[in-house]
Design a binder for this molecule. Sequence first.
Ligand SMILES: Cc1cc2nc3c(=O)[nH]c(=O)nc-3n(C[C@H](O)[C@H](O)[C@H](O)COP(=O)(O)OP(=O)(O)OC[C@H]3O[C@@H](n4cnc5c(N)ncnc54)[C@H](O)[C@@H]3O)c2cc1C
Length: 426
Amino acid sequence: MTSSFWNTIILGGGPAGFFAAIRAAEQNPGARVLILEKARRPLGKLLISGGGRCNLTHACFEPAQLVHNYPRGAAALRGPFSRFQPADTVRWFETRGIQLKTEEDGRMFPLTDNALTIATCLEEAAQQAGVALWTQVTALAVESVSAAEAPTTRFRLTVQKNESGLEETLLAGSLLFATGSDANSQALLAGLGHTIEPHVPSLFTFNIPDPRLEGLAGLSVPQAQLRLLEADGTKSEITPQTGPLLITHWGLSGPATLRLSAWGARWLHEKQYRAGLLVNWLHPLTPEKVLETLQNYKNTPANNRKKPGAHPLFELSARLWKRLTETAGISETQNWADVSNLEMRRLTEELSAGRYQINGKGQFKDEFVTCGGVRLDEVEFKTMQSKLVPGLFLAGEVLDIDGLTGGFNFQNAWTSGWLAGGALLS
Ligand SMILES: Cc1cc2nc3c(=O)[nH]c(=O)nc-3n(C[C@H](O)[C@H](O)[C@H](O)COP(=O)(O)OP(=O)(O)OC[C@H]3O[C@@H](n4cnc5c(N)ncnc54)[C@H](O)[C@@H]3O)c2cc1C
């Protein structure tokens, strides 16, 4: 077994690891900076992100606003975002020749629409700064070394070369865990004394087998509200979420669903992804307002002989409107004049407070994120240094931080990686 000394070792060649390594090496020319990556190719997740386009950040430039997009980590990220936020990310890439573009909903992508542009930029910047990159090498064990034993060495790592199976010992002055949600790496951190909040999925779609949604896959509404319900039908304490809603072959997707899945990630996990869901297809209209509008429509003589199912109101899609009127018990042959008060109330409920049953979760293919990771009160967020182990740093998804879909997860990696990079060798 051989051993070598590095001023700093970065575990994990993802976006957080690269950002940290580049900054550390650029600020400390001549320092020995090493990234260890267990996969054959670094930046693997980044390359498949955003459907291969890499939604690398979001055009939200107010830290106080930005933190609202993090179901877990909002308070902790307030300070870090005041030091490095999406505007800094944009500048970082633009000064390295990468042009970005903003889509209507605020998501930012490379102008090339190709994640490889971002990966190549990071790899070249790391190379130019003199960062060493070892791939197919997995950190198996990490030991903290006492200062008395070795003044410049704080960590002893046992790493394994995946192909040969050979083990090697590395010594490091400081160590960054940027290992994402990798379970073995989290176990190493637990061994160093850190508490790991259990990992559960965030950002997923809802499986809802329901005849009201059958045959409507692909249909969307621009502004719906979703609210989770307790088993007894009462409203849960999870904040309702609003936004576009998409009907799929299996249930519901779209921004409102993904947001609710993120905010309710732990709650839904506890309930094994079985829960009631209240859908207001007409948000921001309240049930009272919907009923009033329906009554006014019915009471207008010109509408007396119209067939409710054939004339959608509220600019709702014709197919969804028809389905909901049928569900309310209004037949195809009925005129508005014949619609009873009970049918009117049922239609109001279907439109603005429809009850559905979530029966499992689906996958959101564009982005997969888990919540869970190192407990945030064990980390000092100015430098990303562990409060428990001197010289140990943490950045990116290894922390119990996760964002909504839209580029927020990468922004956490850029910000925390940048902060750690500035402190690893100081
Ligand atoms: C399909 C998909 C699409 C996504 N799309 C988007 C998007 O468009 N926008 C967005 O903001 N977010 C997106 N995300 C989330 C985003 O990819 C992550 O939040 C981000 O990659 C986290 O960066 P990281 O550096 O913390 O961790 P990672 O990217 O997970 O990198 C960690 C690296 O560490 C390595 N590693 C782990 N353990 C060890 C070890 N013991 N030794 C050596 N190496 C180790 C891993 O192999 C990995 O390469 C997407 C995720 C997925 C899965």
